[in-house]
Write a protein that binds this ligand. Structure first.
Ligand SMILES: [Zn+2]
Length: 64
């Protein structure tokens, strides 16, 4: 991964692993000790460990 700051509030991230709803894009809601992100498929909000999330990110998607 070449991102310096992938976990910016408002960024949309495409993840390696699909959510059970079939979606793989998440919107970053807040960044702290954990990264809170919302599934764009079903709206579920989940906290990710930043280290895990970094490994899950395939791409940063800027299109809505
Ligand atoms: Zn979902």
């Amino acid at each position: 991964m070449s991102y310096a700051e992938p976990f910016e509030t408002g960024a949309t991230l495409k993840l390696r692993k699909k959510h059970p709803c079939g979606n793989d894009c998440w919107r970053v809601l807040s960044v702290g000790a954990y990264v809170e992100a919302q599934c764009l498929g079903c709206g579920k909000i989940k906290s990710f460990d930043p280290f895990d999330l970094r490994r899950l990110v395939i791409a940063r998607v800027n299109a809505r």
